[in-house]
Design a protein around this ligand. Structure first.
Ligand SMILES: *Cc1c(COP(=O)(O)O)cnc(C)c1O
Length: 398
């Protein structure tokens, strides 16, 4: 099928929940994607921070092929070796003691919300259920996750929303302290906000939030679905801050392109869940966990974090140079290879013109060019991308 055939078929039969771009990728390898006409693109969207090792990384492909031929699915009624091994690598590289597996970021956050509520009810009594989140946060699309998401545009038309959520401005410790009340059980934040346009938490803010939680017996939940798993140059974004959460959630990059999510917690908190409290038919199945294990082993052992730091620093420096050249660039933000460039105008046009020249980037929150490439890119890939971005921005200037 050519692009036009695929578009027609999709527009006829698939629900219109996505504002889609007129392009149909059919093959990928490393940092490159090819569309149905065989045109190649440098992919600096990477499935929105999913394809952490690029497309079809050989270690992930091999793990999926071998596991698919041996055992794809078995119920969580039984013990599952790849699940136990994936839990081990996540726990041994983080502050958590235990993992629960699901299939997406929204589901991971649902699980985190349930765990926080159950823990708080056992710990403090029946009136402790409220979760405070940040304005402009993003936590997913299930009912509880859109409610946790501090952006009315995701909630409109889906009311009534589950009660027990409150919102405060991000990076404002006084506002957060003022919002804590007798019903509060947890604070949930992204260490680096993704969908709202790559906004890192301030260091004093996160350490202040930790102290606030400790003083009030609250749980601190970090949503690391986008910023976690090497994206910022450390295995988990919170590790830049020296602040440990009680619970954190993962998804996007966890399967190296295969769908899987996870919720991790410290022992004392994880212990609030008893058998029967939470479950998932597919969550943690052998195939997804084999993919995740291969991806995580590669990130932890394969020099990927070092590459992300080195290339990310180079990239950011070059974006700052662009900001010096073009007055409509308001700010360059981000850590590692989670980078954002805020413009004085909407960025959709620039994204389209980059794509026409063979570079995929994305626009978050209307005005922020978001760059979340595979963590395995080289300085030469960055140079190619910058040449395209610079060319498009030069036209914009003219
Ligand atoms: C993408 C994202 C989610 C939702 O993940 P899904 O897999 O789409 O459910 C949640 N939180 C953050 C920070 C995200 O970036």
């Amino acid at each position: 099928m050519n692009t036009s055939d695929i578009m027609q078929l999709s527009d006829k039969y698939v629900m219109h929940t996505y504002g889609r771009i007129a392009m149909a990728p059919v093959r990928g390898e490393g940092t490159l994607l090819w569309d149905a006409e065989g045109r190649a693109y440098l992919d600096f969207v990477a499935g929105i921070a999913v394809n952490c090792l690029g497309h079809c990384h050989p270690a992930v492909v091999r793990a999926i092929q071998e596991q698919a031929a041996r055992l794809m699915h078995v119920s969580n009624l039984y013990y599952i070796e790849p699940q136990a091994r994936l839990a081990e690598i996540l726990v041994e590289n983080s502050c958590a003691d235990r993992a629960f597996f699901c299939n997406s970021g929204a589901e991971a956050n649902e699980g985190a919300i349930k765990l926080a509520r159950k823990w708080a009810k056992k710990q403090h009594g029946p009136d402790r259920y409220e979760i405070i989140t940040a304005e402009n946060s993003f936590h997913g699309r299930t009912l509880a996750a859109i409610t946790a998401t501090g952006q009315p545009k995701y909630q409109k038309y889906f009311e009534p929303l589950p009660p027990g959520f409150k919102y405060v401005p991000f990076n404002d410790l006084d506002a957060l302290a003022g919002a804590v009340g007798p019903h509060t059980c947890a604070i949930m934040l992204e260490p680096v906000q993704g969908e709202s346009g790559v906004r890192p938490a301030a260091a004093e803010y996160l350490s202040g939030v930790r102290e606030l939680c400790d003083r009030n017996g609250l749980l601190l939940i970090f949503d690391e679905v986008q910023c976690g798993l090497g994206r910022t140059g450390k295995f988990l974004a919170y590790q830049h801050y020296g602040v440990e959460p009680d619970i954190f959630t993962l998804a996007k990059a966890l399967g190296g392109g295969f769908p899987i999510g996870a919720l991790l917690a410290k022992e004392q908190v994880a212990g609030a869940f008893a058998p029967g409290d939470h479950a998932s038919t597919f969550g943690g199945n052998p195939l997804a966990c084999a993919a995740g294990l291969a991806a995580m082993q590669t990130i932890v052992n394969g020099g990927v974090l070092e590459n992300c730091n080195r290339v990310g620093a180079y990239f950011k420096e070059k974006l700052h140079e662009l900001a010096g050249k073009y007055s409509f660039i308001r700010e360059v933000r981000g850590m590692g290879l989670m980078l954002g460039m805020e413009l004085a105008m909407p960025g959709g046009d620039i994204v389209n013109r980059c794509r026409e020249r063979g570079l995929l980037i994305n626009c978050a929150n209307n005005t922020v060019l978001r760059i979340v490439p595979p963590l395995i890119i080289t300085n030469a890939d960055v140079d190619r991308a910058l040449e395209i971005i610079d060319g498009v921005l030069r036209e914009q200037q003219a």
